[in-house]
Ligand binder design. Structure first.
Ligand code: UT7
Length: 340
């Protein structure tokens, strides 16, 4: 009997962002802000916005998965689990994953949603790795997709420049090679709830005329508190993961950080001793897309990724939730160069 160890590996990635773009210039005509303030404090130049009646998170997710199927040659009936993660479901129920599966003709799979704020994709990757390592699943589609601009108060200059819409999907499969998921740290602390949340629309404060008049369906964030916590938790967690896997900065090919603020990304990279070229950044063009930031980065940088590259993924988000994953990238991204 063979004792071969099964690891989970990302074997394909594809993204989709809607066509409409909201620039800093346009925002500065809506609230008292400027391109200069947003670029120096946050690092966002523009963000994509899903517009049009009847357009939902699942529509972006479906486009991303169609591209994923096309480039990896995957058929809908081969998928045995589809998970959507994020904070902007189409509806409170049923799960957005069910809607996505239906729209794609995926009918041999079970599907469900995961919400862990901006750490949704990282926590979901860890969960999906367990499904693969246990032998329970062979082909998983994991999607981070958000219509986050629906929660944005475009009269509040402290939050309205930050968020954007977008989607990206990963194919996750088993491998017996020395690649894929190796280690992870995942953490949560509910003491963070009051610093980043959306007050109304849930069981605590159901939607009503009053909640609308009081503008309680928009993101509330204590930016400075979240900023400080994000910097320390992302840096501490990645350092812990590096130390226990005997990794130095030279061993790491890529850091994939959640894209919430270029200064948070820079601080994390510096603490790990990484040069800028090893740190994935696309916040300038997409803003903070919550669950979609990590897979959108992987999609953006895919052509540069090489099989065996050591990669650290790290996120911080509402909850608070945070964590880091250490993996070895599973394929030469260049092989898909003509397919995106
Ligand atoms: O993805 C989930 C996790 N989220 C995060 O990680 C976000 C973490 N937080 C942040 O990224 C930053 O705290 C923000 C980008 C939200 C804010 O940046 P900051 O450097 O912390 O600014 P601040 O809140 O300390 O505000 C500094 C000043 C204030 O003016 P005064 O009181 O000094 O006169 C603000 O009113 O900047 C002002 N300000 C703005 N000015 C121009 C706040 N927003 C704006 C704006 N344009 N859009």
């Amino acid at each position: 009997m063979s004792n071969t160890r099964i690891r989970a590996a990302i074997t394909g990635i594809a993204g989709y962002v809607p066509d409409d773009i909201l620039t800093n210039e346009e925002l500065s005509r809506m609230v008292d802000t400027s391109d200069e303030w947003i670029m120096t404090r946050v690092g966002i130049r523009e963000r994509h916005v899903l517009k049009g009646e009847g357009k939902a998170t699942s529509d972006m997710a479906v486009e991303a998965v169609k591209r994923l199927f096309e480039k990896t040659g995957t058929k809908p009936e081969e998928v045995d689990l589809l998970v959507w993660c994020g904070v902007t479901p189409d509806m409170p129920f049923p799960a957005t994953a069910n809607i996505i599966s239906y729209k794609l003709g995926i009918n041999n799979a079970f599907s469900f949603d995961i919400n862990a704020g901006c750490s949704s994709f990282l926590f979901s990757l860890v969960t999906m790795a367990s499904y693969i390592e246990s032998g329970r699943c062979k082909k998983i589609v994991l999607i981070g997709a958000e219509k986050l601009t629906m929660y944005v108060d475009y009269t509040d200059r402290s939050t309205c420049p930050l968020f954007g819409d977008g989607a990206a999907a990963a194919l996750i499969e088993p491998t017996t090679e020395d690649i894929g998921f190796i280690d992870s740290i995942t953490k949560a602390d509910g003491a963070g709830v009051k610093h980043l949340y959306l007050p109304a629309g849930g069981s605590l404060l159901p939607a009503s005329i009053e909640t609308i008049v009081r503008r309680q369906h928009y993101i509330i964030q204590d930016g400075q508190t979240v900023f400080k916590a994000a910097v320390s938790k992302m840096a501490d967690t990645t350092m812990e993961l590096m130390q226990r896997n005997n990794l130095t900065s030279d061993d790491i090919a890529w850091l994939v950080p959640h894209q919430a603020n270029l200064r948070i990304i820079g601080a994390t990279g510096n603490r790990m001793g990484l040069p800028k070229e090893k740190v994935m950044v696309n916040i300038d063009k997409f803003g903070n897309t919550s669950s979609a930031t990590v897979p959108l980065c992987l999609w953006d940088y895919e052509s540069k990724l090489k099989k065996g590259d050591n990669m650290i993924i790290t996120t911080f988000g509402a909850g608070f939730t945070w964590g880091a994953i250490y993996l070895k990238w599973a394929y030469d991204g260049a092989k898909y160069a003509s397919k995106d």
